[in-house]
Design a binder for this molecule. Structure first.
Ligand code: GSY
Length: 130
């Protein structure tokens, strides 16, 4: 399936975090990274916090949406992400934005990502790849 993954970081070495996350995607079974957008520095949306680096990766995957989510969470956890403050700063954030033309509305997984059309930090890199 053809998918788009949102990537963001605003803690620590943001550039390295983004690179490590993309490396994590490349090394994951069942995922092929096709293209990566430019990485943009963006103003934080939500509570006051440091600026983000944001980008989007286009992937092909054999994984179903829940398996893909679990791989993304595995990469986040391996990179030391802790879910402390909702909408707060994070080392790395990986979101499934689009999974083919599939629509899912479950408590733990909503596809397409419900806020992606309102977020310029998602739209700008995504436009490059669509
Ligand atoms: O939703 C992802 C985390 N996040 C971001 C982000 O990735 N970029 C920007 N610019 N602001 C954000 N606020 C939150 S929460």
């Amino acid at each position: 399936m053809h998918c788009y993954i949102g990537i963001g970081s605003n803690m620590g070495d943001r550039t390295k975090n983004i690179e490590d996350a993309i490396k994590g995607l490349r090394e994951s079974d069942g995922i092929k990274v096709k293209r990566v957008s430019k990485i943009y520095e963006t103003e934080p949306v939500g509570p006051p916090q440091p600026k983000y680096l944001n980008g989007v990766a286009e992937i092909e995957t054999e994984l179903n949406p829940h398996e893909l989510l679990s791989v993304l969470e595995g990469i986040e956890n391996a990179m030391g992400r802790r879910r402390v403050v909702r909408w707060g700063p994070r080392t790395i954030d990986l979101d499934i934005l689009i999974y083919g033309d599939k629509k899912i509305d479950e408590p733990d997984l909503k596809i397409p990502h419900p806020l992606m059309n309102e977020r310029e930090f998602v739209q700008r890199p995504l436009r490059e790849l669509l």
